[in-house]
Design a binder for this molecule. Structure first.
Ligand code: A3P
Length: 328
């Protein structure tokens, strides 16, 4: 997810252009590209960022104190982040709210306010947000690639869940999302951006591969999930998530339909129909309703030309070659 630049607040120690001297020095050493809005993006550790996000990442790297019980949800924007946030929150806190679902926080608040982004929310608003008071397990989210996140976790065994989605649906979802915020954002521009790789948190393949490779190494606690598998086999995928997070569903819970209840609560239909998600703006500066659209698999077929789809398929196939990761 990408917050519009004018809606983000910046730390109060910054220079006129919104970043610290340290960040300015870093920026001067980085490769840059212009984003579709004409604003500059900078390549840091293989990923592209706007300056205020880069500042937030520096703040995070300097000050974040990981707890072993922390859970970090990672994704590229438009890959199912909102859904994963809702599911992880509901799974982890299910005992607190099981008896009285009517008072469940997901019914009265947006998932992005319940699981906040590190670099797009907490550390962009505050150089050193107070996260010590939060009860364990703390849930956070990020769009950073694994290498940048990992460095800041300083060998903590906290759990990382990554969700990925096929690139063509991500692209179409991004195009719809950005079109709500900016006029003149064409599908052709979006395809060009993806082929070039220079868009915030891109390129797609580098980020996906950073988590994919880590998930294959046993000693690293990264769960790699796919939006398409969550759509196809939601019960199995939620149980997999719970197992990974160390809070497996008991036989009694399975028999009582707890998994299905969580899926209903977190469904696109349910969340998007709630008053809390129809109105208001999230803590990261985006209107709540903008996170919900059509969902599902294959909407790209309604938008991309054969030529666009072929170009993207060829690019992804080439970039993922030899990794063992494939998209249908
Ligand atoms: P579409 O634009 O294809 O509809 P993110 O949360 O990473 O920003 O991704 C947004 C995409 O996830 C959008 O896809 C949105 O509709 C979909 N989405 C949001 N909430 C969802 C949910 N509860 N279940 C399934 N998909 C969801």
């Amino acid at each position: 997810m990408e917050a519009p630049q004018n809606l983000q607040t910046t730390p109060n120690f910054t220079n006129d252009d919104g970043v610290s001297q340290e960040c300015e020095n870093l920026i001067s050493s980085l490769a840059s590209e212009k984003s579709f809005t004409g604003k500059k993006l900078y390549n840091y550790q293989g990923s592209w960022y706007h300056p205020n996000t880069l500042q937030a990442i520096l703040n995070f790297k300097k000050h974040f104190q990981a707890r072993d019980s922390d859970i970090i949800l990672a994704s590229l924007p438009k890959s199912g982040t909102t859904w994963l946030k809702a599911l992880a929150f509901a799974v982890v806190h299910r005992n607190k709210y099981a008896a009285n679902l009517v008072s469940h926080p997901l019914l009265s608040d947006n998932p992005h306010n319940l699981v906040r982004f590190l670099e797009l929310d907490l550390y962009v608003k505050n150089q050193r947000p107070d996260l010590e008071e939060l009860p364990s397990p703390r849930l956070f989210a990020t769009h950073m690639p694994f290498q940048t996140l990992h460095e800041s976790l300083r060998d903590s065994p906290c759990k990382v869940v990554y969700v990925c989605r096929n690139v063509k649906d991500v692209l179409v979802s991004r195009w719809h999302f950005r079109s709500k915020l900016v006029s003149n954002y064409s599908l052709e521009d979006t395809v060009d951006e993806f082929i070039k790789g220079a868009y915030s948190f891109g390129p797609f393949h580098d980020q996906v591969l950073s988590y994919w490779k880590e998930s294959l190494v046993n000693s690293n606690p990264v769960l790699f999930m796919r939006y398409e598998e969550m759509i196809e086999k939601p019960v199995a995928q939620v149980m997999r998530l719970a197992d990974f997070l160390g809070c497996s569903f008991t036989d009694e819970e399975k028999q009582a339909g707890t998994v299905e209840k969580i899926l209903d609560l977190c469904s696109l239909g349910n969340l998007s129909s709630l008053e809390a998600n129809k109105t208001g703006t999230s803590t990261c500066g985006i209107a709540h309703h903008a996170f919900f659209r059509k969902g599902g698999v294959g909407d790209w077929k309604n938008h991309l030309t054969d030529g666009m789809a072929r170009k993207l398929d060829e690019m992804i196939e080439k970039k993922l070659e030899g990794s063992g990761l494939k998209f249908e």
